[in-house]
Ligand binder design. Structure first.
Ligand code: NAI
Length: 328
């Protein structure tokens, strides 16, 4: 058995937390030989519900679950964290402008970035799920002095999985037959699910799905609006599939990517693909056998794709502008 790794999770008593903790504790995220310590962070009003979640974790008697800490103190919560999963955030309420949302969450992610820098393990990696996740990650990264920028990620894997599922259904194949799916840009309604570079059983998608009107229209809007469709159907936002996206993201960042394939996660841009250096933007990423990730070079963006990527990147620039005072 390996020594335990420590995973800090904010918003642990929320919907996604409830679907996520049990999968981490069962070994789905780090494998069957990796014990885990969970450091569960909630704000005071969430602490009672969190105690209930911990009772349920206890009742599972997970062999891999080594230790649980529940706290609303950020220093205690991020102590020794090898992974920080920042799920908690304040949702947008009726009448709230996007700028208000960015600012309220900005305060949260400023404090969390500082606490991660002061308390986490040297190898800490940070995945932001709480929305607006790209810009929240940007704020945390810019406030975590001493933690390298390449340790910060924002989640677009749920969008990638949604896109693969839509393409597979249209083509009448299985999800696993779809590869090279990349979500570009922001995790928002401007995201671009790039069907032009995706493949089905190794063939370009556009050769398998010849309905280009569907690809350029309904496919993109279905993926972009899937979150809203789930709220309309379920009366609550995606939780189990979001938690699954977190598990998939961490697994993809800790295991080598299949040859020739890539995955989507928002990372700190180095200027690749004309995306401003320093923005947290979703791009095609691959991970090598040593666990290092890099941005896949040379993915071609045709005119249609370029315009879509540019629109989403412009939204990220605007979001950065709205929180510039929080970036240190
Ligand atoms: P939820 O409202 O059920 O749970 C959020 C939890 O966070 C609550 O228990 C709340 O008490 C806690 N919280 C709030 N502020 C906190 C803070 N400062 N520190 C620690 N905990 C805090 O929400 P849910 O459904 O679990 O979603 C969480 C976030 O994930 C939302 O922002 C949602 O928009 C986002 N999301 C992101 C997705 C993505 O693909 N990136 C997909 C789905 C949801």
């Amino acid at each position: 058995m390996n020594p335990p790794i420590t995973v800090s999770i904010t918003g642990a008593a929320g919907q996604i937390g409830y679907a996520l903790l049990f999968r981490i504790a069962s070994g789905a995220m780090f494998g069957p030989d990796q014990p885990v310590n969970l450091r569960l962070i909630e704000i005071e009003p969430g602490m009672k519900a969190l105690q209930g979640v911990i009772m349920e974790l206890d009742d599972c008697a997970f062999p891999l679950l080594n230790d649980i800490v529940a706290t609303s103190d950020l220093d205690e919560g991020f102590k020794g964290a090898n992974w920080a999963l920042l799920v908690g955030s304040v949702p947008r309420k009726a009448g709230m402008e996007r700028a208000d949302l960015l600012n309220i969450n900005g305060q949260i992610f400023t404090g969390q970035g500082k606490a991660i820098a002061a308390n986490a393990a040297d190898d800490v990696r940070v995945l932001v799920v709480g929305n607006p996740c790209n810009t929240n990650a940007l704020i945390a990264m810019n406030n975590a002095e001493g933690v390298p920028n390449d340790r910060f990620f924002a989640m677009t894997r749920l969008d990638e999985n949604r896109a693969k599922s839509q393409l597979a259904a249209k083509a009448g194949v299985h999800n696993r037959d779809v590869s090279n799916m990349c979500i570009w840009g922001n995790h928002s309604a401007t995201q671009y699910p790039d069907f032009t570079n995706a493949k089905i059983n190794g063939q370009p998608v556009s050769e398998v799905i010849t309905d280009s009107g569907w690809l350029q229209g309904e496919f993109i809007s279905t993926v972009q609006q899937r979150g809203a469709a789930i709220i309309a159907a379920r009366g609550a936002s995606s939780a189990a599939s979001a938690a699954n996206g977190v598990v998939d993201t961490v697994r993809s960042l800790t295991t080598p990517t299949a040859a020739g394939d890539w995955t989507s996660v928002a990372v700190c841009s180095d200027g690749s693909y004309g995306i401003d250096a320093g923005l947290i933007a979703s791009m095609p990423i691959r991970v090598d056998a040593e666990g290092r990730w890099d941005i896949v070079p040379g993915v071609e963006l045709d005119e249609f794709s370029r315009a879509k990527v540019d629109a989403s990147v412009q939204e990220l620039r605007d979001e950065r502008e709205a929180v510039v005072s929080l970036l240190g």
